[in-house]
Design a binder for this molecule. Structure first.
Ligand code: NDP
Length: 282
């Protein structure tokens, strides 16, 4: 009987790497779909990134994720970028296409996929809290998905204005900026409110964005990028106001689904991946 002891290899380069649960959800999907693929979680320092990318190519890896602190730096080692990765200026998924390395960004795409379970972003008015890496990916991808207008709300004015300018210049969406120097009253015409800051991330689970919760209409859809805990205080309070909510675990799972599709061509079951994360106690 013929055997194949050579799996197709994928993985992640990050520092720190030990707290990243992606390996658990990706390998759960590979097993569930009988894919002869592996995902290896690697601790890679900035000094070693170039060698790690060369090594992955030498070993025939089919692709890899990049996380903190490599999402921008990795671009100089790649051959081409997908449309949104180019606008965002950051890559979290690299695909080896016959020896050419293509950079994609699935963070924002994953967010949009998760959001689509409850609403089509096309033509909607969005308020986005934050202007860091996650917010940048979410803003660009929501704009490319056809939102009418994005209002960026950020504490650091320079970062907020830069992201607002990026959306206005590089995407079809309108963009606006509010400096977040006091409690935010959600504008009446808002359809979707998104927390893309790090507020509420474990262990600071009691923290909540500085938003006047009485301005949340029940018709508002409220989404949070925080994956751990998935039910943030922000989402719990929004649900108590009657809002439909979307959690950050959905974003994490969907960006994994998209990465696996880029690498293997297979559409894996997101529920298997979500369950793998919930089994970890997330
Ligand atoms: P960054 O450090 O790049 O950005 C952090 C953002 O949060 C900035 O806009 C910062 O504002 C804002 N912020 C932080 N603390 C406060 C505060 N106390 N008050 C107001 N604003 C604050 O981080 P990332 O964008 O990379 O990540 C943000 C979060 O997104 C992380 O917690 C991460 O868990 C989550 N994430 C989730 C993913 C998923 O798949 N679910 C994927 C990627 C990220 P300022 O500019 O003023 O400092």
């Amino acid at each position: 009987m013929a055997h194949d002891f050579l799996p197709s290899l994928t993985g992640s380069f990050a520092q720190p790497a030990s707290e990243n649960p992606t390996v658990m959800m990706v390998e759960a999907a590979y097993r569930h779909h009988n894919l002869h693929w592996r995902y290896i979680n690697c601790e890679v320092s900035p000094d070693n990134l170039a060698s790690a990318v060369k090594g992955a190519l030498a070993m025939g890896w089919k692709g890899f994720n990049c996380s903190i602190p490599h999402k921008v730096k990795v671009i100089e080692f790649l051959d081409a970028l997908g449309e949104s990765a180019q606008i965002i200026g950051a890559v979290n998924t690299v695909v080896n296409r016959d020896g050419r390395l293509i950079g994609e960004n699935t963070d924002g795409k994953g967010f949009v996929q998760a959001l689509r379970k409850v609403v089509d972003p096309k033509g909607k008015n969005v308020v986005l809290l934050g202007a860091g890496g996650a917010a940048r990916a979410v803003a660009v991808e929501m704009a490319l998905a056809g939102v009418e207008k994005i209002t960026i709300v950020n504490r650091n004015v320079q970062r907020g204005e830069e992201l607002t300018q990026l959306v206005a210049d590089k995407t079809p969406a309108k963009a606006d900026f509010i400096a977040w120097d006091s409690v935010l009253k959600v504008p009446e015409e808002t359809d979707i409110l998104i927390n893309a800051t790090s507020i509420g991330l474990y262990p600071n689970v009691d923290a909540i964005p500085n938003v006047e919760m009485s301005t949340l209409e029940p018709s508002l859809i409220v989404a949070d990028g925080i994956p751990n805990p998935p039910q943030t205080r922000f989402l719990k309070e929004a649900r108590a106001k009657g809002c439909i909510t979307v959690d950050g675990l959905g974003m994490l799972v969907q960006q994994g689904v998209l990465a696996i599709h880029y690498w293997t061509g297979v559409d894996v079951d997101p529920n298997v991946m979500r369950q793998a994360l919930l089994d970890l106690g997330l």
